[in-house]
Design a protein. Structure first.
Length: 194
């Protein structure tokens, strides 16, 4: 380019515009990256914070009757924005046997605070396979039973009229109890966000 004579002004113009665009892209990229670093650790989370096995009864016909209390906490660690939680569903199952589907209406959690959802899961006459019956007997013997708790929720911050991007929180935990006295054996059960 420009081996002889002055460079064409049009080339200069194009070069300047390209430089401006490149700088803008870098600045936007850095802003988004910093925003992500600052905000991401405070993405709203859902976790099981407490639970109790109120009832566990199995009979010789292979029917299981159970009642569980589960407390799910929705936490908004963001100090600057309200968070909304929506599309909330949790599935409770035992060894592949569905016990209950829990849902919640959308709700809002103020800045830097949390909200507890209290669930009472009552199930009667869940038919178990012979294998599952054996596993329940075994759970009594070991004094430890495990339920699967899977859930998901969408969360969003209320920023201006539009709101932020939506995050999907997913939970996949084992809820363990002592069948003899119903005590919950606490374990880490907190959502991962995407
Ligand atoms: C958020 O809440 C915690 C206690 O729940 C408090 O210690 C902390 O100072 C609060 N942060 C802000 C920025 O309000
Ligand atoms: C819960 O189970 C239903 C079907 O039983 C399924 O469609 C849904 O995706 C499950 N939800 C979660 C969060 O695993
Ligand atoms: C329930 O039983 C377990 C183990 O047998 C014991 O560690 C726990 O303290 C008991 N909890 C209550 C509330 O009695």
């Amino acid at each position: 380019m420009g081996a002889n004579g002055p460079t064409n002004p049009l080339v200069w113009l194009v070069a300047i515009i390209c430089t401006i665009i490149a700088v803008a892209v870098v600045v936007i990229g850095i802003t988004v990256f910093i925003g992500y670093i600052v905000i991401h650790p405070r993405v709203p989370v859902i976790s099981v914070t407490n639970a109790h096995l109120d009832l566990l009864r199995n009979d010789y016909a292979g029917l299981l009757q159970t009642q569980l209390t589960i407390v799910v906490t929705a936490k908004n660690g963001n100090a600057k924005a309200h968070a909304t939680f929506s599309d909330i569903t949790f599935n409770v199952s035992y060894n592949g046997q569905d016990i209950a589907v829990l849902v919640a209406n959308p709700f809002e959690v103020p800045k830097n605070s949390s909200k507890d959802l209290n669930y009472l899961v009552q199930s009667s006459s869940i038919p178990l396979s012979p294998d599952q019956m054996e596993q329940v007997d075994d759970a009594w013997k070991r004094n430890e039973i495990q339920f699967d708790f899977k859930g998901a929720a969408r969360t969003q911050w209320r920023v201006g009229p539009l709101g932020s991007v939506k995050f999907l929180c997913r939970l996949d935990c084992d809820l363990k109890f002592r069948p003899m006295n119903g005590t919950y054996i606490p374990s880490r059960c907190t959502s991962k966000s995407k």
